[in-house]
Design a protein around this ligand. Structure first.
Ligand code: AMP
Length: 503
């Protein structure tokens, strides 16, 4: 028998098996009214009411509905209320500027846009049929009305279009199907062993690759969602304590915020031996991994992937064989991107580019068939990341392809150099870039944010010399106040290279 996989399955199951459990604890403090703590029965009713509201607006199956919002229970509802009845959710990064949002809305052809009250102003300039402020629930939810059923549920239909973070050019719309999202969530849940006992804190923006799939997975197993609207290390620790959080996903920058807050925390760190934290989006420094285990007592899990791969490609979770290892060695092993997740194939081509094939791979870039063909050439998705498979079969990411530094004819992995510099205790953050140089072609250059303790460039160079080959050791070290990152925690190296460009 064939039965299509659709994202509705996750909510239907929770409403059937756990109707009276609290599904989600909405952010109590937000510019609009909080939805409080709806049960799964209530969450399912909200999703139906949203689908009914979209019926009333005549949004057809396949019609795009954009939501510009911080994490919220309303955005969580939309993952089901929009996609569950055959429409296409376009979750938009709330930190983008008005013109960037306008581009995404126009490019996706959305006929409905919802915006968080804090971004209500973007609605003014949008040329869209239906515009609403979230929290004005008369418009979002048509309570008491049942939606029209999705006549022909199709797992090959697009469930969401997610615009990439755009570290360089215009963002592209990544078209993910119900089948992509279903399998990504199920496989991600399998590797992170989620269950109905999990309390999941949304430290990851839901708009980013659909919160990597946990909005579906945690719902499907009847776990509890805790909404977090804004990242703040101390607040994360408070919520872990208050709600008995067991699981979260985050970029390395969020881990650092938690570690900083933990240093000032009074009493025992909450969640010791209970919380598992899944990290991706940028390479986590080995020292950060070691500190998560030593200072928080949380389990560190790394995954690697892209919006285009839903995103799960590889997973690295401490395995039984490593139980007796020294913390530093465990951290080193966990610092690799990981081994392929179930059902995922990974390869590296002759140029060192990471390739992947799986049921999580995107259907295409929205209305960009040429880009789609290029990215999926030869039946593999071309990630744009450079890397290699080590002798244990673990994938190691060495760089974004365009960030590789070529100095004196040698390839230098900026990630490797960054990891070594971050292992110096006085370093908070670092970006390593190549800047044009007559002698070397590119000069390995480190831009460093320190803890203010007055560490010198000479000391950092000496630290690198003992751990890195000479050609990898930065020839120039500049101290900076901060480093530009995208909302999803990625260093924007093109911005850092800008002042050094020679035209
Ligand atoms: P996005 O599509 O915004 O999720 O960005 C995907 C990109 O993030 C990948 O192509 C990598 O460059 C980077 N990335 C994600 N996970 C990892 C990881 N575990 N280690 C290193 N880079 C990562």
């Amino acid at each position: 028998m064939y039965y299509p996989l659709t994202v509705r399955d996750f909510l239907d199951r929770a409403a059937h098996a756990y109707p009276d459990r609290v599904a989600v604890v909405d952010e109590p403090e937000q510019p609009g009214p909080s939805l409080g703590e709806p049960t799964y029965r209530q969450l399912a009713a909200l999703a139906r009411a949203q689908a009914a509201a979209l019926d009333r607006l005549d949004v057809p199956v396949g019609g795009r509905v954009a939501v510009v919002s911080q994490n919220s229970a309303r955005l969580l509802t939309s993952f089901f209320g929009v996609s569950g009845w055959g429409r296409v959710l376009v979750p938009v990064n709330f930190r983008l500027t008005g013109p960037e949002i306008e581009y995404i809305v126009r490019h996706s052809g959305a006929s409905v846009v919802y915006a968080d009250p804090s971004r209500a102003e973007v609605l003014d300039t949008l040329d869209v049929k239906h515009k609403f402020v979230l929290g004005d629930d008369e418009d979002l939810f048509l309570h008491g009305t049942e939606p029209r059923e999705w006549a022909e549920p199709d797992e090959g239909a697009t469930a969401s279009v997610n615009y990439t973070s755009g570290t360089t050019a215009r963002p592209k719309g990544v078209q993910l199907t119900h089948r992509n999202l279903w399998l990504n969530s199920a496989v991600f849940g399998l590797h992170t062993t989620i269950s109905d006992r999990d309390v999941y804190l949304h430290t990851l923006p839901m708009f980013h690759a659909n919160g990597w799939g946990m909005p579906y997975g945690i719902t499907g197993v009847g776990g509890r969602h805790i909404v977090l609207r804004q990242i703040d290390g101390a607040e994360i620790l408070r919520r872990v304590e208050r709600h008995g959080v067991t699981l979260m996903c985050a970029a390395p920058a969020v881990l650092n915020a938690v570690l900083d807050a933990a240093a000032d925390w009074q009493g025992e760190i909450p969640g010791r031996d209970r919380v598992r934290i899944v990290c991706a989006g940028a390479p986590p420094p080995t020292r950060t991994i070691e500190r998560v285990t030593a200072e928080l007592g949380w389990e560190f899990i790394q995954i690697y992937g892209l919006t285009e791969t839903s995103p799960l490609v590889t997973v690295n979770r401490g395995r039984a064989e490593w139980d007796g290892l020294e913390p530093a060695e465990r951290a080193r092993r966990l610092g690799r991107a990981g081994v392929p997740a179930l059902g995922v194939r990974v390869d590296v081509d002759v140029d060192g580019e990471v390739l992947t094939a799986s049921n999580h791979n995107l259907d295409g870039y929205w209305e960009q068939p040429e880009e789609t063909a290029k990215a999926q050439a030869g039946g593999w998705f071309h990630t744009g990341d450079g890397g290699y498979l080590d002798d244990e079969g673990y994938l190691v990411i060495s760089d974004r392809k365009k960030d590789v530094i070529i100095s004196g004819g040698e390839n230098v992995s900026s990630i490797e150099v960054e990891d070594v510099i971050t292992s110096h205790p006085a370093v908070r953050e670092v970006a390593v870039i190549g800047i044009p140089d007559a002698k070397w072609g590119e000069l390995v250059t480190a831009l460093v944010v320190t803890d203010g303790s007055g560490v010198t460039a000479e000391e950092l160079t000496a630290h690198c010399r003992t751990r890195l080959a000479g050609f990898k050791t930065p020839k120039r070290i500049d101290f900076v106040e901060s480093l530009p990152r995208t909302a999803t925690g990625k260093l924007q190296k093109f911005k850092l290279r800008e002042p050094f460009r020679r035209d």
